[in-house]
Write a protein that binds this ligand. Structure first.
Ligand code: ZN
Length: 330
């Protein structure tokens, strides 16, 4: 559903006037300091007012039209990336759990598919670059507000005709670039630069301790996980920092372990939601020379491309400078 359609639906099903809905959306975007897109914000507002926006139907969708909370998703797409299988221990089960990610793409974008347990057998039967058709899947929202596909009990996966989907670039393969050349949405870039500024207001969001998905707060102030119901939430970091390489600057968004690395704080401090620790650590970050690798997305609030960081390192510039001087002296 388009943003405008959802706004219309909220107006229709609640007491809110259109102006008020738009105000609510802007407030949400401000509250999250640009971490939430307009589309994400309108979903949040709809959820808060109990407006159901899941879509029904079985028409084949292009990937850009798959948004969170959809049922019976039907797509045809190229397999762009197959991750290794990760296993994890379960408290209540003798058998270890398995999880594996696929990235599927078409000419409109890419989407992650999470396979659990016996679903990982699907990944054994396909290869990167295959074209597959999935029907009866459903979508959830990942921690970054993007749609992620899950396979329910009624899902069907089959091979499809290679001609149906054009070649798709793997969004996880980083291209090294000057910041001024970081222009493509949904692509992975590696940039180097100096941290100018770290934003530390609202550094935490709340998550379910069991599945780590983000939880929402209901009217009574309880934290509710879609899957696990009312939970005692943990905190997860989401902060942003501006990095400049002399050609331009870019806003990098850091989640969880990336944010901990950037700030150099402990996991305990993150889980407890220790705002003071974050603020103190942030002071030491500005001026660091860093290398970031991450995926770009368009931030509606700032009207700019930003980088969702998936790896981060501090560069040892003194050492590099010494090497440079050695070369010049030789
Ligand atoms: Zn949960």
């Amino acid at each position: 559903m388009e943003v405008e359609d959802i706004i219309a639906k909220i107006v229709e099903e609640t007491e809110l006037e259109e102006d008020e809905v738009r105000e609510n959306i802007e407030e949400k975007m401000e509250e999250f300091e640009g971490l939430v897109s307009e589309e994400g914000a309108v979903h949040l507002v709809a959820k808060e007012h109990g407006v159901q926006i899941a879509e029904q139907g079985d028409g084949e969708l292009k990937i850009e039209n798959v948004v969170p909370e959809m049922r019976k998703v039907h797509i045809k797409a190229r397999v762009v990336d197959i991750s290794d299988v990760n296993t994890f221990e379960r408290d209540d089960d003798e058998e270890d759990g398995k999880v594996q990610n696929l990235v599927l793409g078409d000419e409109t974008g890419t989407i992650r598919v999470t396979l659990w347990d016996e679903q990982t057998e699907i990944a054994e039967k396909i290869e990167e670059d295959d074209v597959i058709e999935i029907s009866g899947a459903y979508s959830v929202e990942d921690n970054q507000g993007n749609a992620e596909l899950r396979l329910g009990d009624e899902v069907q996966v089959k091979m499809a005709d290679d001609d149906d989907i054009p070649e798709v670039k793997n969004p996880n393969e980083a291209q090294e670039a000057s910041i001024i050349d970081v222009s493509e949405e949904g692509a992975t870039y590696r940039v180097r630069g100096m941290v100018l500024n770290v934003y530390t207001s609202n550094p935490f969001y709340t998550t379910c301790p069991e599945c780590e998905d983000s939880v929402r707060e209901d009217e009574d102030g309880n934290h509710v996980c879609e899957e696990h119901g009312e939970v005692d939430p943990e905190h997860a970091l989401a902060i942003s920092a501006v990095v400049d390489d002399g050609t331009d600057s870019i806003r990098g968004v850091f989640f969880r372990d990336q944010a901990r690395d950037l700030l150099d704080i402990e996991e305990d401090e993150e889980l407890e939601g220790d705002v003071e620790a974050v603020e103190e650590s942030a002071e030491g970050v500005a001026g660091k020379e860093v290398e970031l690798e991450g995926r770009t997305r368009y931030n509606d609030y700032f009207g700019r491309i930003e980088l969702i960081t998936n790896s981060y390192s501090v560069l040892d510039t003194e050492k590099e400078l010494e090497q440079l001087l050695d070369i010049m002296e030789a």
